[in-house]
Design a binder for this molecule. Structure first.
Ligand SMILES: [Zn+2]
Length: 481
């Protein structure tokens, strides 16, 4: 998974006037040079593994909402499940889509006890990563808050806060008394402080040393099954070398990795990953990951291929709005499959792509705009349909250039957008039109993205037929050849 949230603090009277319904109040004007501090958050690791969170506010407001309030996989608030407010008169509540601290009047301070919540969220970073030697990594962006005048105002906030003026500055301190805090590759003794509001990251607190491998520098959980550790050491550099050779340099020369091992207690295989600024986070657990069976080995390699791909499609360039997540996720899926096809003898790319086609047609049904998948909570559609659209682009470029593949097309897309680092839907469609030479087909794709189509299978068949992706129809199902 990749999520590229950037919550900029948007200042300006014009924007406030344009969105009166949100009732976010505006503070005194601040200068760009001096960061305005409306609150200070201190997160302190306790001996028993819990954390104490202390907020001190220098701005009066009865409600502060958490800008990142993505639900758990089960649709619940992770804060309500794992936080306990110890300050009388302040409550933690969920209003609409946002967790909020609610006071009887203006809140000046609040203390909260936190049991680390290390499961994944539906569309955001895991709040904590827990390491088997007792270490923990905490994602600092989850402590960024903004003031409101009422709980009703929190309930009225939209899902996508782009365009909503968020004007407050805060600072976070992550403290590990007697220990060290590792942030972006730098070790800090005892504590680490930074301003919130920019790009967020994980701070690691624990004893495990940083280990250097050819592709990554990282904290590798000492409990990881040795074969997974070996794949990280040997397979990841091969992926990076292939991507670099085909797509040019990535923005992160040698990223930091945090790899946690959740143990073998639960059945099955659980692989969770996210890519942040110059950092990849991998959470691995499950009884079936202990031994390297061929099926699990393939899953782990595919997973490394997908997550590594995000340093190009996700970091070097990235989608501009959540609605365009299909661009990054579809690309990472196709890159992983094409990479494994090159690097792993006997790997069946057709089988992997068939799953994408089947899932896309099932998940993004009649009349569903693909650009609405994130808001619908249908993340699988972003991966599968993003891959289907990229397969069509690959087919088109292959018709013009023998031996070309998805990397050929992606390289053009990346190079055209390196300067601003953004790939919008319009950028993607422009590169697609350049490959097909058929603007009418591009217009069909645009309506699939914007408003959906009546018959998704017929649309995919039309797309593949026009771009030369080989398939047959088997009682309606599209079967790749
Ligand atoms: Zn991803």
């Amino acid at each position: 998974m990749s999520r590229s949230f950037r919550w900029a603090a948007l200042l300006g009277a014009a924007m406030v006037a344009a969105s009166p319904a949100t009732a976010i109040h505006r503070g005194a004007p601040s200068t760009a040079a001096v960061a305005k501090r409306d609150y200070h958050a201190r997160l302190t690791r306790q001996r028993d593994g819990s954390w104490l969170l202390d907020y001190r506010f220098s701005r009066a407001a009865p409600v502060w909402f958490f800008v990142r309030s993505a639900p758990t996989r089960q649709g619940q608030s992770w804060r309500l499940a794992s936080w306990r407010v110890e300050t009388p008169g302040v409550r933690l509540e969920r209003h609409g889509r946002y967790d909020s601290l609610v006071g009887a009047g203006p809140i000046d301070r609040v203390r909260i006890r936190i049991t680390p919540f290390a499961q994944s969220l539906r569309a955001d970073y895991s709040p904590f990563l827990l390491f088997s030697e007792g270490g923990a990594a905490v994602y600092d962006g989850h402590y960024e808050i903004y003031p409101l005048q009422s709980a009703e105002a929190a309930a009225a906030l939209p899902d996508d806060l782009n365009g909503v003026p968020l004007d407050a500055g805060g600072r976070i301190e992550i403290a590990a008394p007697g220990g060290r805090v590792l942030y972006r590759g730098v070790a800090h003794r005892g504590r680490f402080r930074r301003d919130l509001g920019g790009e967020s990251g994980y701070a690691y607190v624990g004893r495990t040393p940083v280990i250097e491998t050819p592709a990554l520098a990282g904290i590798f959980d000492p409990g990881l099954p040795p074969w997974i550790r070996a794949e990280l050491d040997t397979f990841t550099p091969r992926l990076f070398a292939l991507y670099r050779a085909r797509l040019g340099p990535s923005i992160a020369a040698r990223p930091m990795a945090l790899v946690s091992w959740g143990g073998a207690k639960r059945p099955g295989t659980s692989l969770g990953g996210s890519v942040l600024e110059a950092m990849v986070v991998l959470q691995i657990e499950g009884a079936q990951t202990v031994a390297a069976t061929p099926a699990v080995l393939q899953r782990v390699r595919w997973f490394l291929g997908h997550e590594s791909a995000h340093f190009w499609m996700g970091q070097t360039v990235r989608y501009a709005r959540r609605a365009d997540a299909w661009i990054d996720e579809g690309s990472a899926d196709v890159m992983a499959v094409r990479a494994l096809e090159r690097l792993v003898p006997g790997y069946d790319a057709r089988d992997a792509f068939q799953r994408e086609v089947d899932d896309c047609i099932r998940e993004n049904g009649p009349g569903m705009a693909l650009s609405g998948a994130s808001a619908r909570g249908n993340t699988r559609a972003n991966y599968a349909c993003g891959a289907v659209l990229l397969l069509a682009a690959e087919g088109a470029v292959r018709k013009r250039e023998a031996g070309a593949d998805a990397f050929t097309w992606l390289r053009g897309l990346i190079d055209a957008n390196r300067a601003d680092g953004k790939v919008t839907q319009a950028d993607w469609l422009a590169a697609f039109d350049a490959a097909t030479g058929d603007p009418a087909l591009g217009a069909r794709v645009r309506s699939y993205l914007d408003s959906g189509v009546a018959d998704p299978a017929a649309f995919v068949a039309e797309l593949f037929a026009a771009t030369g992706v080989a398939f047959s129809r088997d009682s309606g199902r599209i079967v790749l050849r």
